[in-house]
Design a protein around this ligand. Structure first.
Ligand SMILES: NC(=O)C1=CN([C@@H]2O[C@H](COP(=O)(O)OP(=O)(O)OC[C@H]3O[C@@H](n4cnc5c(N)ncnc54)[C@H](O)[C@@H]3O)[C@@H](O)[C@H]2O)C=CC1
Ligand SMILES: O=C(O)C(=O)Cc1ccc(O)cc1
Length: 305
């Protein structure tokens, strides 16, 4: 599909993209850039790229498709660095979890001959780094593309075909709409997990060890999410401030209502709420968005010897 694809950053998403591209034979050459020698050594050892560079500017030379796979807070500087080196007609995309801030950070640096089409695979795990990726990560999951209004249709179609060949379903959205949807479905749950596990982390030692000893699966599920990469999630909240604060406002109102129901013994109100939430779970399962196998698509494939 592409002569040369450049992956900037080879963590969970970059390495999974490499595996998915190899699986479907989507690139004749995969180039990658990674800042540290340790990551570059892992990339070579795992065969994740044919060309490995320290600097993004070197990796993008001659690439038909470039995908930024680093935390979103790095995109502004990276776009500045690579802009002069991008090939005529190259597609530049990304995997960042927020979209309007990415458009604002990247687009101003780009020359007109580059097709910038932001993207976001709604697939991941709490693991990071080049060893954590696997080819099946995107299978049956959504990737959202947020092209600008004047985007080249052929380039959008090509990037869509690329993600489909990586196993994903593709949807096109406005960046701001994406950010609001993801604030609800992904960013708020992560914030809640960081908060609940943070509350436990701040308990005095004796209580904390009891929580760990007797932790039920509900709390364990939160610890999985709260183990996600701190840099990545710091950048997501800082760059999706408006939508996260909007949805957090609603969340705190609903939480206060539940607090009231408990205080006043309004069991019927709690029962109604829990009945409605159960229906949401049901509809996710019916829509095929949750596999019967626990944590499918969120845990890495077993390591091969
Ligand atoms: N982890 C997840 O579940 C998902 C993450 N994303 C998005 O994909 C992007 C990548 O995330 P992951 O692969 O999970 O992260 P990761 O932490 O596994 O990998 C990121 C890589 O970028 C490198 N990096 C960091 N700063 C850099 C810089 N200034 N210049 C060059 N390289 C730098 C890191 O060393 C690391 O190798 C993020 O923007 C994230 O929001 C999207 C969907 C799911
Ligand atoms: O591991 C989980 O539960 C996730 O929610 C993974 C994830 C993290 C960030 C994204 O932008 C998309 C998916």
């Amino acid at each position: 599909m592409f002569e040369k694809v450049a992956l900037i950053g080879v963590g969970l998403i970059g390495s999974s993209l490499s595996h998915a591209m190899r699986r479907a034979n989507l690139a004749r050459t995969i180039a990658a850039s990674a800042r540290t020698e340790a990551t570059r050594a892992a990339v070579r050892r795992l065969g994740l790229a044919d060309e490995v560079y320290e600097h993004a500017a070197d990796a993008v030379k001659g690439a038909d498709l470039v995908i930024l796979c680093t935390p979103v807070g790095t995109f502004d500087a990276l776009a500045q660095e690579i802009a002069p080196h991008l090939k005529d007609g190259a597609i530049l995309s990304d995997a960042g979890s927020v979209k309007q801030a990415v458009v604002d950070a990247v687009a101003p640096h780009l020359p007109p001959h580059v097709h910038f089409i932001p993207g976001h695979p709604i697939a991941g795990t709490e693991f990071s780094g080049p060893e954590s990726g696997f080819a099946e990560l995107f299978d049956g999951r959504w990737t959202i593309l947020t092209p600008l209004p004047d985007a080249d249709e052929a380039a959008v179609a090509k990037l869509k075909a690329f993600w489909e060949a990586c196993g994903a379903h593709v949807e096109i959205m406005e960046p701001k709409h994406h950010d609001l949807v993801l604030a609800i479905t992904s960013h708020l749950p992560h914030l809640i997990a960081y908060n609940i596990v943070g509350t436990v982390a701040d308990l005095e030692e004796e209580k904390k060890s009891e929580v760990i000893k007797f932790s039920a699966s509900g709390f364990r599920d939160f610890t999985r999410i709260a183990a996600s990469d701190p840099t990545m999630w710091r950048d997501i909240f800082i760059n999706n401030k408006e939508a996260v604060l909007e949805i957090l406002g609603r969340f705190t109102e609903d939480l206060a209502a539940m607090q009231r129901h408990i205080r006043w013994g309004e069991g019927d109100k709690l029962f109604d709420k829990f009945t409605r939430t159960r229906a949401v779970r049901r509809s996710i399962i019916d829509a095929g968005q949750e596999s019967p196998e626990p944590n499918f698509g969120r845990t890495p494939a077993p390591k091969k010897d």
